[in-house]
Ligand binder design. Structure first.
Ligand code: ADP
Length: 340
């Protein structure tokens, strides 16, 4: 369990910038927890607080039962052994092979050679680098480099893996492969994973919970599916729309308004099994309305499916209102975007 209570981090003197501002959150053992925010939001500072590289100006941080903000240097070293990290630019040793990179933290920890070799072999299989063990980093693709980073981070059997924009330098397909690997490791080893990112896709694909940061503060926190379903803060809505609104939604809306200027535009949100239900066909059967589908999308999160559909509903005003009420009664969230 990782717990932050009212954590502040101010750089410089009293009038310095509050990079982390009153953050309180807890991350359960075995969770994949995402922290999302734009550049400058305070994510890197938060992650440096979690690995003990920075000390909070005030507040407490507890990892594995130890309050790292107040322990001795010796104790801090012990806690830090339980926390490992992977980076956007991999931070590999260029003069060492894949094997050499993975063995490095084991050498530092004084693990005997036979045990070290055994562990390295095991990690090579775990991250899918069999056949590349004698390659140098310069001979590897970005995805393979990050696999080395992950293997190296796991060498000393940490309880927590911190991922600092770990897929931001990778193309979309490789990003997905690395995210799949992290999910697999989370399930197999029960490791807690904390990911910082500016990409909602990363949160959607693998995180169980998410905290949204803006100007040092956590402005929203919750289960990923709940946050997708009902984002509250404006910034969260923007992040959610990164993945739930397909490219071209704006144009599609403008086009339909031009072609058929009447009607009410409604955005429907379907959660879980409701994404499968034929709510729409029964709506059309039950009400004297015409419906145009403007845009539709289904997104899969760790907590289940999440679908959005933008409709244009045409009919007399009372019937349209009744139709929207019907959708609400069916448990479908329906938000009127534009009224005619
Ligand atoms: P993010 O990772 O979300 O981009 P950071 O934690 O890097 O955010 O930065 C948060 C704020 O703190 C920014 O305004 C940044 O300029 C400032 N900051 C970060 N590191 C330092 C530092 N070592 N000294 C002074 N200001 C810093």
């Amino acid at each position: 369990m990782i717990e932050l209570k009212d954590v502040n981090k101010r750089y410089g003197q009293k009038d310095g910038l509050l990079a982390v501002d009153g953050v309180t959150l807890s991350i359960g053992d075995g969770a994949i927890f995402g922290i999302i925010g734009y550049s400058g939001a305070g994510k890197s500072t938060l992650i440096r607080l979690l690995n003990g590289l920075e000390k909070p100006t005030s507040g407490t941080i507890t990892i594995a039962g130890r309050e790292i903000s107040s322990v001795s240097a010796k104790e801090l070293r012990k806690v830090r052994q339980k926390v490992s990290m992977i980076f956007q630019h991999f931070n590999l040793l260029w003069s060492r092979t894949v094997k050499g990179n993975i063995a490095f933290p084991l050498e530092i920890a004084g693990v005997p050679k036979a045990e070290r070799d055994r562990k390295v072999e095991e990690l090579i299989d775990l991250v899918g680098l069999r056949g590349r063990e004698n390659a140098y980093p310069s001979e590897l693709s970005g995805g393979q480099k990050q696999r080395v980073g992950i293997a190296r981070a796991l060498a000393n059997e940490p309880e927590v893996l911190l991922c600092d924009e770990a897929t931001s330098a990778l193309d979309p397909e490789t990003t997905d492969q690395i995210l799949d690997l992290l999910t697999d490791i989370n399930q197999r080893l029960g490791l807690t994973i904390v990911m910082i990112t500016h990409e909602m896709h990363v949160i959607r694909k693998i995180c169980h919970q998410v905290a949204v940061m803006e100007a040092g503060r956590v402005v929203e926190i919750g289960n990923v599916l709940d946050v997708f379903q009902q984002p509250k803060a404006a910034i969260t809505k923007r992040f959610v729309s990164q993945v739930t609104e397909p490219a071209g939604t704006e144009q599609a809306l403008a086009h339909v308004r031009q072609e058929v200027p009447d009607g009410t535009l409604v955005k429907l949100v379907f959660i879980g099994e409701r994404t499968e239900q034929p709510v729409l066909s029964s709506l059309i059967r039950s009400f004297q309305v015409d419906v145009n589908i403007v845009q539709g999308n289904i997104t899969h999160t760790q907590g289940g499916a999440y679908g959005t559909l933008i409709l244009q509903i045409l009919g007399n005003e009372t019937t349209v209102q009744e139709a929207i009420q019907y959708l609400h009664n069916e448990g479908v969230q329906a938000e009127v975007i534009v009224h005619d």
